[in-house]
Write a new protein. Structure first.
Length: 124
C-alpha cells in the first residue's frame, strides 16, 4: 500500500491502515511526503525518535534522484532560490521547513503612497 502526502494523515489514520493490511509475507506501507513543516507529527514522532521506526526504512530523495522528473520541473525548483527560499528547502532540498502558511507573498516591500483604491482584496 502506498500513501501519498503522509503528513496529512493522523496517527489514527495510519494505525487503521496498518492494522487492516496485516497478514501476508510482504506487508508494506510505503509513505511519501514533502517535509513541509518541522512541527509535523511525522517529524516529532518519527524523524526525531528513530526508536519509533520499528521495522521501517527511511529513504530520502530529491527531484534530481527521480528519473521521471523533466528538466522544466528541475529548472522551476532551481528558480525557487530567488523567489521563495522556504519552498526551495522543502521541495528542492528535501529539508524540513517551518511550514508554508503566510508564504504566499514571502518577499514584499512596504512603501509610502497616496493611492486610494476603490476596492481592496485578495483572491487565492
Amino acid at each position: 500500500m502506498r500513501l501519498e502526502e503522509t503528513t496529512e494523515f493522523t496517527y489514527d489514520d495510519f494505525t487503521q491502515i496498518d492494522l487492516r493490511l496485516r497478514g501476508g509475507i510482504n506487508h508494506k506501507v510505503i509513505c511519501s511526503f514533502n517535509p513541509v513543516s518541522a512541527k509535523s507529527r511525522l517529524k516529532k514522532e518519527v524523524e526525531d525518535h528513530p526508536e519509533n521506526r520499528i521495522n521501517s526504512v527511511r529513504i530520502s530523495k530529491t527531484a534530481w534522484d527521480n528519473k521521471f522528473v523533466d528538466n522544466d520541473y528541475l529548472a522551476s525548483l532551481d528558480a525557487l532560490k530567488d523567489r521563495n527560499e522556504a519552498k526551495r528547502r522543502i521541495y528542492a532540498q528535501n529539508l524540513w521547513g517551518e511550514g508554508l502558511k503566510g508564504s504566499i507573498y514571502p518577499n514584499y516591500e512596504i512603501f509610502e503612497h497616496d493611492i486610494e483604491p476603490d476596492y481592496i482584496g485578495l483572491d487565492f
